[in-house]
Design a protein around this ligand. Structure first.
Ligand SMILES: [Mg+2]
Length: 332
């Protein structure tokens, strides 16, 4: 594995954690409420008392976005290509039970929750994810980008396998494929802008997977977000794209904020934390894409998130990159 791969894979996971933790106190809130509670968020802050989702978390603490990314990474290391749907379902249920046991409220998202309940009621894994269009797939997809080479069809196929139980729709798979492709291309040495052709091709390939429920042109949504960002005005981007848990909004928004802030990943993550609604997931996706494509964060910011959370980044990166090399050799 190359130094670039090691540096960028680590930066992707750390950037994801930073974006997640920075947006955590603002998640689900409209922009005006974020301002009323915190002013402008420019660093890690604790959620206000009785926050509907983040209640009980500390300043700098990560949420489901980072935790499920690590969970998916470990599941993929056991079985990267075929992917074990039932094993993955067990992982998600055990994870949620741990969160509940800690008395926290940030549980499974809407698509994962509905799919797992249907599976437990006897539905087939082929059916449970057919309406899952939200961003839970994209928020945790970085490990697929770390494991696989930046070939759009390969990325879309592997993303679709990890999405089958919970997010088996063209919208969710296309959105997650675009994010995974940026991460993969970044590890191969590309910048964010240089990774976009591959990301849009992966989105188009991912769009043909799963059910047609939801957005029919995720690549078009990402392109629109990039064009709105070119006006240099965050308001146009927010009005035109939105910030909800829908993949067509929050995943496109992460691409738009990357374009808007160019090479300043910290500014982009601060913008995500204040943008409204799904702030932590927009930040997590942005942080993963920015870190993977060679952007850096202030050292004190990285140190703070590592001090607050137990993140086994170095061992995980070593394992994932060893697997990336094996998989590349097998498909060469
Ligand atoms: Mg979250």
């Amino acid at each position: 594995m190359s130094t670039v791969e090691i540096t960028r894979a680590r930066a992707a996971l750390l950037g994801l954690a930073v974006g997640d933790a920075l947006g955590m106190p603002a998640q689900t809130l409209p922009r005006a409420e974020i301002r009323a509670h915190y002013g402008r968020i420019t660093g890690f802050v604790a959620p206000f008392a009785d926050h509907p989702v983040s209640h009980g978390l500390k300043a700098g603490q990560i949420t489901d976005d980072t935790e499920q990314t690590l969970l998916l990474a470990r599941r993929l290391l056991k079985d990267p290509i075929a992917f074990d749907d039932l094993g993955w379902t067990r992982d998600l249920l055990e994870w949620e039970a741990e969160i509940r046991a800690k008395g926290l409220r940030d549980l499974l998202g809407p698509s994962s929750k509905a799919a797992i309940e249907a599976l437990q009621a006897g539905a087939s894994p082929e059916e449970t994810g057919l309406k899952g269009t939200t961003n839970g797939a994209a928020m945790r997809i970085a490990p697929v980008g770390i494991l696989f080479q930046p070939d759009p069809a390969l990325i879309a196929r592997q993303v679709a396998r990890t999405c089958r139980v919970t997010h088996n729709t063209g919208e969710a798979i296309a959105a997650a494929s675009a994010v995974a492709a940026v991460v993969s291309a970044g590890l191969a040495g590309r910048s964010f802008e240089a990774a976009l052709d591959t990301a849009l091709a992966a989105a188009r390939a991912g769009q043909t997977e799963g059910s047609s429920h939801g957005e029919g042109d995720m690549a078009g949504r990402i392109t629109l977000a990039l064009q709105l960002a070119d006006r240099g005005d965050a308001e146009a981007l927010i009005a035109g794209i939105g910030t909800s848990v829908a993949s067509r909004e929050s995943v496109a928004m992460a691409f738009g904020l990357m374009r808007l802030h160019g090479n300043d990943l910290w500014a982009a993550l601060q913008a995500a934390a204040n943008v409204g609604d799904d702030t932590d997931t927009i930040g997590a996706i942005l942080g993963a894409m920015g870190g993977a494509t060679g952007l850096s964060l202030p050292a004190e910011v990285e140190a703070e998130v590592l001090a607050v959370n137990d993140l086994p980044l170095d061992s995980l990166v070593a394992d994932l990159l060893a697997m990336r090399a094996t998989l590349a050799a097998e498909t060469a």
